[in-house]
Design a protein around this ligand. Structure first.
Ligand code: ADP
Length: 419
């Protein structure tokens, strides 16, 4: 018998069974029956014309019907329904038709069900991907909003603190002038304590201002001819006392490219290098070693600061460059500029990254992990473009083009600071 006629023969028991099974536990019996009447009609059309695309419209409606919760939980709703419909079709055919008729009908109809299953699987995957994409976009928007709020807060707080801080600095300086340090009133000592606090606060406010400049892409660099070796010489002398205090060794190697003249903002670069070296001192136990080395790469100079400190876990290696990052499993003390593990507000590395990126460079860290007992150490890498052109005409006029780049041969002689 013609498969279309066989299909027509099972219509009533099929519809009854499908509605009963799928409407179970719901009060949507009528609407479900209506849906499957339509499905059956389209299946008949598909079978008669040999074109499975007749099923597309209803499958699409079903795919778009599931609630967001179902998608969220990953329920493969429509595929499941089609699978149930396939078993019900084969059961009702067996109950209603002879064995040969059942075989004929199933052979004729299976390709259409297979088509429906494939189509549904593809549509469901697409719907799920769309849902996930929307979720990601929503999440990204929320994070960006949060970041903007954080950034606005820092900017407002820093500017609000700046004025009273300047007043305190001014009055404390006047007070210092009026205190007679020759008399042992103790006022001198109080003033010193006050000044330490003021200096710490000034550093934090300056960091907050820098972070908000970087966040708002307002950090402007003052490019001028700079030689890294000069910055390192100044840095070494600035850090000598702290290094001595911590009984550490600071080894500054000569490396190819360190004495090349490049266009850079020397003040900002100094600030960035100082942050990295101060961190190396802070997160390395007493008697540890900090080594600064580097090399020239095509178009770049790489500066590497290695320490024998507590190291950084893999999960924190990107987080530390985010402002106010909450690092897991790191025990820090109250803030201290150079004390072992004296954690600060967590703005140093975001600023350093901002400065290096504003130069067109990049910064990253390598470490085997965080271990306060074994001290695996960390290596901070800074890749800086060897810029030989001035940033604008005025600077060019003032300093000219740096033509005489001399990447001195690597000198192995150590430039070691006193321990
Ligand atoms: P902080 O003010 O906390 O030092 P930073 O932005 O300079 O802020 O550094 C962020 C965090 O990165 C630090 O709190 C510390 O956990 C980690 N860190 C930075 N440098 C090192 C280092 N050389 N060794 C180990 N941990 C480091």
């Amino acid at each position: 018998m013609n498969p279309s006629k066989l299909l027509a023969k099972i219509r009533e028991p099929w519809l009854k069974q499908v509605t009963q099974t799928l409407a179970q536990g719901t009060n949507l019996r009528e609407s479900i029956q209506g849906q499957f009447e339509r499905f059956f009609e389209l299946l008949e059309e598909a079978l008669q014309t040999g074109n499975p695309a007749w099923l597309d419209s209803i499958l699409l409606d079903w795919i778009n019907a599931p609630t967001l919760t179902q998608l969220h939980e990953g329920a493969q709703g429509v595929s499941k329904i089609i699978n149930q419909v396939i078993s019900i079709t084969s059961a009702t055919a067996r109950d209603t038709l002879s064995d040969t008729e059942t075989l004929d009908l199933l052979t004729a109809i299976l390709p259409f069900y297979t088509y429906a299953l494939e189509r549904v699987a593809r549509l469901e995957t697409e719907a799920r991907i769309n849902y996930m994409n929307n979720e990601i976009t929503e999440m990204k928007d929320k994070l960006e909003h949060l970041d903007r709020t954080k950034s606005n807060f820092i900017s407002v707080a820093a500017h609000e603190l700046k004025t009273p801080l300047t007043l305190i600095e001014g009055y404390s300086s006047m007070l210092r002038d009026t205190v007679d340090s020759t008399k042992s009133s103790g006022a001198d000592q109080f003033l010193r304590g006050m000044n330490t606090g003021i200096a710490r606060m000034r550093a934090i406010v300056d960091d907050m201002i820098d972070v908000s400049l970087i966040d708002n892409k307002l950090l402007s660099l003052n490019f001028q001819p700079t030689a890294i070796s000069h910055l390192l010489t100044f840095l070494k002398s600035e850090l000598t006392e702290i290094i001595k205090l911590r009984q550490q060794r600071l080894i500054i190697q000569k490396f190819s490219g360190d004495d090349a003249w490049i266009y850079a903002d020397s003040e900002r670069l100094y600030q960035a290098l100082k942050n990295i070296l101060t961190n190396a001192i802070k997160y390395t136990p007493d008697k540890g070693t900090i080594t600064l080395d580097g090399r020239t790469l095509p178009g770049f100079v790489e500066i590497i600061v290695t320490d024998t400190g507590i190291g950084i876990s893999h999960e924190n290696q990107t987080l530390i460059f985010e402002k106010f990052a909450q690092l897991g499993k790191v025990n820090l003390h109250s803030s201290g500029k150079t004390k072992f593990k004296g954690g600060g507000p967590g703005l140093g590395l975001p600023i350093t990254r901002g400065i290096i990126e504003a130069h067109g460079g990049t910064i990253w860290v390598e470490s085997e992990g965080y271990d306060e007992d074994k001290c695996p150490g960390s290596s901070f890498h800074i890749l800086l473009p060897l810029r030989t052109d001035a940033s604008d005409a005025t600077v060019e006029k003032l300093f000219g083009k740096i033509e005489n780049l001399s990447y001195g041969k690597k000198d192995t002689a150590n430039n070691e600071s006193p321990a």
